[in-house]
Design a protein around this ligand. Structure first.
Ligand SMILES: [Mg+2]
Ligand SMILES: [Zn+2]
Length: 210
């Protein structure tokens, strides 16, 4: 298989996954995966505020088809979520796990699969500073180590600036999908420094068909 080295239609970066598939490298797929890091509340499920009851979980309309598309593209779909409700005493780790399981069940019913969920249970006012609360990057470093992710080739999707700010840190792509609670200044900042998409479906088109 030959491809021009450069040209108007050459992708900016040919993914190492493609190289592995075409046999130009012997690296295994597992070593070269890209990820989409999804925010959870307000991005994949409706944000009801400190959700603790699995019965409150409701996927946003396009969530399952978008995660499924990421699955089929062999990218890792990973959720990273700030859960300061735990630090605030509004929910427990067990509540969080029950909600997470419900999210996974609802996605699975629609053939979609999140490879891993990571959460920060802290809040600086209650538990002091931490490295894992978004826009902190500790959970992405952990995900990259545990799932062999190339962070510079990955994409961050969320409804708050802090969800996509890590993309700038790693040299990846950030896509803000405004929700009802997204502050206007965060939308403006994302327009300037990242990308704004009107919906999850638009975001996945940007990711997979860029
Ligand atoms: Mg959110
Ligand atoms: Zn934390």
């Amino acid at each position: 298989m030959t491809e021009p080295e450069t040209g108007p239609h050459t992708p900016r970066r040919r993914s190492r996954t493609q190289l592995a598939v075409t046999g130009e490298q012997t690296t295994s797929l597992r070593e070269v995966r890209r990820a989409v890091f999804f925010d959870r509340d307000g991005t994949l499920i409706r944000d009801v505020g400190y959700i603790k009851d699995p019965d409150q979980v409701e996927l946003v309309p396009q969530a399952a088809s978008v995660v499924r598309a990421i699955n089929y593209a062999l990218w890792a779909a990973i959720v990273v979520t700030n859960q300061s409700g735990i630090a605030r005493g509004l929910l427990t780790e067990l509540d969080y796990l029950a909600v997470k399981a419900r999210v996974d069940d609802l996605l699975a019913e629609r053939g979609a699969y999140v490879e891993a969920h990571y959460h920060c249970p802290h809040h600086p006012d209650f538990t002091g500073p931490c490295a894992c609360r978004k826009p902190g990057t500790a959970l992405y470093d952990l995900a990259a180590a545990e799932h062999a992710i190339s962070l510079a080739e990955s994409v961050w999707v969320g409804d708050r600036w802090r969800d996509i700010a890590p993309a700038l840190h790693y040299g990846g792509q950030g896509i803000l999908i405004p929700s009802a609670t997204t502050p206007p200044e965060e939308i403006e900042r994302a327009r300037q420094e990242a990308t704004v998409a009107p919906s999850l479906l638009d975001a996945v088109h940007l990711i997979l068909h860029a």
